[in-house]
Design a binder for this molecule. Sequence first.
Ligand code: AHR
Length: 642
Amino acid sequence: MLLRRMVVLALAMCLMLIAPPTISGAGVTLTIDAGRTGTGISPTLFGLMFEDINHSGDGGIYGELLADRSFLDDPTGHANWSLVTTGRAQGSFDLDTSQPINKTALTTSLRLTIARVGADERVGIANGGYYGLPVRPGTLYHVAFYARRSADFSGPLKVSLESTAGRVFAAALVSGISTSWRRYTLSIKVPFGIQPSETNQFVISMAHTGRVWFNLVSLFPATWNNRANGLRVDLMRLLKDMHPGFLRFPGGNFLEGQTIGTRFAWKNTIGALSLRPGHLDDAWGYRSSDGLGLLEYLEWCADLHMMPVLGVYAGYSLDGQYVQAGPRLRPYVQDALDEIQYATGSSHTVWGARRTADGHPAPFTIPYVEIGNEDSFDQSGGYDGRFAQFFDAIRRTYPSMKLIATTTVHSRTPDVYDQHFYESPQWFVANAGYYDHYSRNGPSIFVGEYAAQTSDIGQSEATLGAALGEAAWMTGLERNADLVAMASYAPLFANESFTQWNPDLIGFDSLSSFGSPSYYVQKLFSLYHGDVTLPSKLDGRAALAFVASKASADGTLYLTVVNTATSAQITRIVIKGVASIAARGEATVLTSGSLDDQNSLSAPVKVVPSVSQLAGVGDIFTYRFQPNSVTVLKLAMRKVVR
Ligand code: AHR
């Protein structure tokens, strides 16, 4: 009896998996001509744009867990560090610039004074991380810090990972602290059998009176590919799952800074961490440690097989400061040339040798360099001249490198224009054909930033409705892949405790992360397209945006359809120019009950695609596109008729 029930249940589940296409009531016809090819689609069409906004670098993808590790972020040190005492113990700490480790980066140390401490008591300093400190079971944490002691201090330091309520997860003693600066490293392991948590702190404490100074106090969990100074694993996994073709970095406004002095000065972001001063990310209102520096960006690209799209500072900053083209601009142009050489030069070049010394002898390939960011904001109109100076110098040295302009220029012909769109979902839907009739006689297009805004720009929500707008728009990007070389959503990440710009593709706290509905749209487009578009057309009126493509290697046909109507759209699909279509296919559908639906830390998978198997498809069939949905139909073509 039980067996029969199980068989019936299993059969029912199989039937649910094989969702038969609707076979009646077709209102419109979507015809795909599989016998003709449209335009080639580059595997690097869809990629990522990253800048340190919303604590997406420090406190985000950069693996460092401690905030203000070098005591430069606030004048007291008390914003991120706190004093720990037990019993009747007494102590205090302040910041000390009198004996710096070096004069450029580690200029300010934390001085801890232990005034009184009894047996079984302690005085120490604690750091709660970037809005939480993740402790996971069975995890190894790498600790490093510089320390020195006063002559009257003796005894070891105790390093521990604890909950804020005082439960110690892992601890170790460090003895032999010197009276002069030395670096100490150790690893501590959290045992299995505990729950992951984030209301924790990292503590260095002692049970002897005297003084101890600290600098560059660092705590890393395991990172992606186990790189020292590497990147956060869950966020990298979310990115890897997208199969991104490229990474545009380091900005965005982060590249430019509010002032020339707070631009991304790449030379300060390479080499030992002890030599990186960090800088004020005044575009987004906090200090960047620059632990995520030029080499880390390049290794990030290598780890996810992404093509680097390197943005170089082009002499204009957000508050309007600019460097006029001519002799004064030369050092900035040289800086960009040095930067490209650092990334791509052999070990026999000056900057290639620096990269080798920094641990990466193999040169990277940089196919695209972007000169500046959003330079249409430069009211002086000076971008044309500045662009020309950068263009000539880079072209002379790197003739095959493609150079991207950020706004219209006349003095030179850029290879690519970067265009940004922060518009309403309705605008994106209405403009899905934006590039259909765009001139093919000029540079290609890089849609370097776009995201649908449901209300004020940067202060809206990552809803299903926004994602549908982007999806409709992306059908046009893919359809026009002969013109649109690359496209990336922005911004990429937001620390949910410090979100200054919304919507973002991926949200996280210190412990977990989730993709927005837009993330899943990006993923669908990135994963499900062929290498060539197929001409397609719609007969009849329907709120459908669509694109068809095929993978030449195996004949897979991808049809992506965005239905922005609140009602289902029954559609007759006709595939011409193909001997036959396999009866079985696959449908991947992203939708949800309301256009306002979102994902969040507490409901991370509310809006995610579902996959179902199709049976009974062919070169003519009917499909019911769900209301407010993105659907990718994956079909197998048998031998195309010529
Ligand atoms: O993506 C956020 C910001 O929007 C970028 O830094 C800037 O390029 C654009 O204005």
